[in-house]
Design a protein around this ligand. Structure first.
Ligand code: SF4
Length: 159
């Protein structure tokens, strides 16, 4: 914690800062994330959290990935598809997109290819698959629920 400098807005109480610190101190890049949250509290002041993607991404630390998650969790209409590091790995393996490191590019292709009715859940589904089954090394293809359609699986000898 020695190099951690917080810039809390004056109206944020030290109790709240302590709670935020306890909740986030085990998270990667916690100092940046805590400062983004504190910055957001001062930007939003008494306004509510935006309900549109173009407004959410104006907040510090909020990119399209987080904005898509916020829209989903607050039951708004989807405006995109969640693409995190797991989705970035899984969808090219599966054969749905070419391999790109750019999440925005992958999201755009998914939005073009997949029906709007799937946008809310498909990113989360691929992310969960990536976390549990389609791991970076040794994906557990034999227990994967979508292996019959997977390009990677079809290339494995004797399958
Ligand atoms: S079959 Fe294998 S490579 Fe394809 S999505 Fe499932 S776990 Fe990933």
């Amino acid at each position: 914690m020695s190099s951690f400098k917080m810039n809390p807005p004056s109206r944020v109480s030290s109790t709240l800062i302590l709670i935020i610190f306890c909740l986030f101190s085990s998270v990667r890049n916690y100092s940046n994330k805590i400062n983004w949250i504190l910055d957001t509290t001062s930007v939003l002041k008494d306004k509510t959290i935006p309900k549109r993607l173009d407004e959410l991404v104006k907040l510090k630390g909020i990119g399209r990935k987080s904005a898509n998650v916020i829209l989903r969790e607050t039951h708004q209409k989807p405006e995109g598809i969640l693409v995190d590091l797991h989705v970035l790995r899984v969808v090219p393996r599966f054969g749905l997109t070419p391999e790109y490191k750019d999440a925005n590019k992958i999201e755009k292709i998914l939005m073009e290819k997949l029906p709007y009715s799937m946008w809310n859940d498909i990113g989360m589904a691929f992310s969960f698959l990536g976390r549990t089954i389609c791991r970076p090394t040794n994906p557990k293809c034999t227990i994967c629920p979508i292996h019959t359609d997977c390009v990677y699986f079809k290339k494995i000898p004797n399958t």
